[in-house]
Write a protein that binds this ligand. Structure first.
Ligand code: HEM
Length: 407
């Protein structure tokens, strides 16, 4: 695992015994499966740690590993803000916020009401046929072979294709989107993050301008036309809305698919169960979402507040690791075991006012991917001797997943 030497002062309110190493910071990588040893080891430690490098740019942040603490922070919009939870806008010297995620009440409620109708289960049912068709198009490309590079051939591209469809953008942009998404979400280098943000901004703005001239039936046109409080969105609001869909809607789905397929490749009994009983897939996806939650976002403390026994002060950053709390031993029995029929109450999609608006879409994509892959491909496993590098940080993602099967 790589490490980075932070050069940061420890604030006076932080007790020395809580200052600790956090292994899952942005920029760290590992060749071991982080869920096997690293995540359980954090649960053997204190309930909170103050890590000097947990916030992007090797900056300090608190990490709470217990479900009850994280839930309390998610619900507490009085003492915590999501403003500036990501570095993107600042890196360009811009004024937009990622919207709605970087906004607080009362504005957040207006934005959220504007977005909720976009991802209802009914809307997702209408999209079902097209999403399935896109999954099949990618699977068709390798189904007659005896191997695939699951990330490259499927997990990265399929959610991008679904996203392009929703946004009314051409499928020819899949490779560009993949490159920008990697630069934005997996590079620890602020210059790379800034360059990728600029590329996304330039491209999305060129499309926004076209929709202003000629609106059609897609999400960008929705943003151009929708009204809040009797007015259209400002330029900053409109771009923040499109950008939130970009950072929220693709890489997260790719990542969860990676962990789900990796689990099935390494656990032939679970794979056989779902192959024989595809109706179990939706419930299985929920347990796999719990066990392999990959997203960590951030909050900033705005007023002095205690979380459990820990005193936080204004300005403190707090990491929100769904990865840890979904394996909290006080909430889940044998949290490090996967039981496909567990039916867990996980918070992989967050909780409270910012709970993921795209969850119904993400669930459909993941269920469809498993249904169609298991139908088309016989029993698969991970290629012998494969070394899988995992990016840690905000979205904990295997970079590759070479799968093999007998034709
Ligand atoms: C498995 C896939 C996904 C995971 C694990 C995931 C996870 C999350 C989490 C944890 C949050 C809460 C962030 C916080 O409170 O700090 C969130 C919010 C959000 N997600 Fe997702 N997400 C996924 C897929 C999607 C998709 C497909 C979309 C859109 C197409 C999307 C759009 C959003 C948006 C717009 C928000 C902000 C909601 C708000 O602030 O009210 N996400 N997501």
């Amino acid at each position: 695992m790589s490490t980075a030497a932070p050069a940061v002062q420890i604030p006076a309110h932080v007790p020395a015994h809580l200052v600790g190493e956090y292994p899952l910071y942005l920029g760290a990588v590992t060749y071991e499966n982080p869920f096997d040893r690293i995540v359980p080891a954090i649960h053997d430690g204190p309930e909170a740690i103050y890590s000097l490098n947990a916030y992007p740019g090797y900056q300090p942040a608190w990490i709470f590993r217990r479900m009850k603490d994280l839930q309390a922070i998610y619900m507490d919009t009085e003492n915590f803000t999501t403003k500036d939870f990501a570095p993107f806008s600042k890196l360009l010297g811009d004024t937009w916020s990622v919207l709605p995620v970087e906004t607080d009440p009362p504005m957040h409620g207006l934005y959220r009401n504007m977005m909720n109708p976009l991802f209802t289960p009914r809307k997702m049912a209408l999209l079902e046929g097209r999403v399935r068709q896109l999954a099949l198009e990618y699977i068709d490309k390798f189904k007659d072979k005896s191997s695939c590079e699951f990330m490259e051939d499927f997990a990265f591209r399929f959610p991008i294709a679904v996203f392009l469809e929703l946004m009314g953008l051409p499928m020819s942009k899949v490779d560009d989107f993949l490159e920008w998404e990697n630069g934005l979400l997996h590079s620890p280098d602020m210059e790379v993050i800034a360059a990728s943000t600029r590329a996304v901004k330039d491209y999305l703005w060129s499309e926004i301008r076209k929709r202003r001239e000629n609106p059609v039936d897609d999400l960008i046109s929705y943003g151009v036309q929708v009204e809040i409080e009797g007015r259209k969105l400002t330029d900053d609001e409109l771009f923040g809305f499109c950008f939130n869909l970009f950072i929220g809607g693709m890489d997260t789905v790719s990542t969860n698919m990676a962990w789900q397929f990796r689990h099935l490749a390494e656990n032939p009994k679970d794979q056989a169960l779902l192959r024989a009983n595809p109706e179990l897939i939706p419930n299985a996806v929920e347990e796999l979402l719990r066990a392999y939650a990959a997203v960590t976002t951030f909050r900033t403390c705005t007023k002095p507040v205690k979380v459990g026994d820990v005193q936080l002060m204004p300005g403190d950053k707090v990491a929100m690791p769904t990865t840890l709390v979904n394996r909290d031993p006080d909430v889940f029995e044998n949290p490090n075991e996967v039981h496909l029929d567990r039916n867990p109450r996980h918070i992989t999609f967050g909780t409270g006012i910012h709970r993921c608006v795209g969850a119904p879409l993400a669930r459909r994509e993941m269920v469809i991917a498993l249904e169609e892959f298991l139908k088309a491909i016989p029993e698969f496993s991970i290629a012998p001797d494969a070394k899988i590098l995992t990016h840690l940080g905000g979205v904990m993602q295997p970079a590759t997943l070479p799968l093999v099967w007998n034709k």
